[in-house]
Design a protein around this ligand. Structure first.
Ligand code: T4K
Length: 383
């Protein structure tokens, strides 16, 4: 039986939003106080809660994840070259460029899709100052393997955990690994503040420096001690965050049910493999990623296109690789064959709490239908 397309586009994600009434008391407080930004009471309340939620000794809020990452690189006073994954959103690599650092692309592990620690060492030079790794889709990097290489060569380790809100490894907050970790609270993230982000770190001595770096370096009325920028989260963002923190458990429950449905329905679809959550990990449930391999009757790009006919807008996060962008074409070409292969396979399916199980089931029907029509032998036309 033919399947009807959705009437309206079904996107890869939709922001988690509570009832407007839940946010209004916070907005009324802000209107009454006239305190809109610069470390106001909402900011302070969210920052204190964030350290608890992310299970990290220090958490600092930012206006977005990209500025948080740039601030981390500045705070650690990195120089020269930084070894980085090409399989990420451009912001990861752009942050290096904005700090005058040279990205050195390193290949990834075929299963975790994160930086492969066994490939890092060959890229270390006297100019290397750090490793910037991404817990892609909230799947943790091999943190022990990366730390071992970093310790051997005296390198800093920065993690981009934009997708890994509340993730843990062996029960330990993911933001406690390495020298500094960045989280994104963009509208497309499970926990969001419309735009926003955070840094977590263990070294208390960095806290004041981070505060200065995100507020022009203003030490007091008389002195600026550091050439800082402006990366502060404002009160409206923080208010949205305070409400949204109360909504995430329900969002997890809905996403878990969706994930189970996708896993069950796609288990029998040849060549479409749901990316598994590793053992001993609490996953952020940020994306519903499948890998479309060569045993599937149509390739990932064809599936992405064919689903559009049903009004299903999937995303090919993260294709093309950052190393293939024009702005990085001047960098030396390296062997990134695993990353190139992975970037051809991945597809993020619609995944958000407000998506009904029925609609997710229809999306699975559509995936089956587009594969079946691709697999049909061509009918010979008599002339
Ligand atoms: N590092 C990594 C590994 C990242 O993935 C990101 C961001 C960063 C660093 C930087 O963090 P931030 O500076 O952003 O905090 C989106 C997000 O804009 C971006 O934050 C995110 N990664 C990236 C993976 O996804 P786009 O260009 O794909 O977003 P867009 O506008 O196409 O949105 C996707 C879908 O979401 C839309 O089709 C519809 C829906 N949507 C989106 C927005 C913004 C809504 O329903 N409402 C909305 O308000 O980048």
């Amino acid at each position: 039986m033919p399947i009807d397309a959705f009437e309206k586009p079904i996107y890869v994600t939709r922001p988690m939003l509570g009832d407007l009434a839940q946010y209004l008391p916070h907005f009324e407080d802000i209107w009454a106080s006239g305190h809109l930004t610069n470390n106001g009471p909402k900011h302070q309340a969210l920052e204190a809660k964030m350290a608890e939620v992310l299970e990290a000794p220090n958490a600092k809020l930012f206006s977005n994840g990209t500025l948080a990452l740039i601030t981390a690189l500045k705070a650690l006073e990195l120089k020269g070259e930084v070894i980085v994954t090409p399989f990420t959103f451009p912001a990861t690599v752009h942050a290096l460029e904005w700090c005058g650092l040279t990205p050195v692309f390193c290949d990834i592990d075929k299963n975790s899709m994160c930086l492969d620690p066994t490939k890092i060492e060959a890229l270390v030079t006297p100019q290397t100052s750090a490793i910037l790794a991404v817990h892609v889709y909230g799947i943790p990097c091999d943190v022990d393997g990366i730390q071992a290489v970093a310790d051997k060569h005296g390198l800093k380790v920065i993690y981009d955990a934009a997708h890994a809100f509340k993730s843990t490894i062996h029960g330990k907050g993911i933001g406690t690994y390495g020298d500094m970790t960045m989280f994104s609270f963009h509208a497309t993230k499970l926990f969001h503040t419309c735009e926003g982000g955070a840094l977590t770190f263990n070294d208390d001595a960095l806290a004041e420096k981070i505060n200065l770096l995100k507020n022009f370096g203003i030490y007091d009325d008389d002195d600026i001690t550091i050439a800082g920028g402006n990366a502060k989260m404002n009160e409206l963002q923080a208010a949205v965050g305070l409400v949204n923190l109360g909504l995430i458990e329900e969002e997890y429950t809905k996403r878990r049910a969706l994930r189970t449905l996708y896993e069950q329905r796609l288990a029998s679809v040849s060549g479409v493999n749901v990316v598994a959550i590793p053992d001993n990990v609490f996953n952020s449930l940020q994306y519903m990623v499948v890998r479309v391999d060569e045993s599937c009757a149509l390739n990932r790009d064809s599936m992405h296109e064919a689903l559009k006919d049903y009004n299903v807008v999937t995303r090919r996060y993260f294709h093309p690789l950052c190393s293939e962008f024009g702005c990085y074409s001047h960098l030396p070409k390296r062997d990134l064959s695993v990353a190139q292969h992975v970037a051809q396979e991945v597809l993020c399916l619609p995944f958000y709490g407000a998506l009904s199980l029925e609609d997710a089931g229809r999306i699975c029907d559509m995936i089956e239908a587009v594969i079946a029509s691709a697999a049909k032998p061509a009918i010979a036309v008599a002339n």
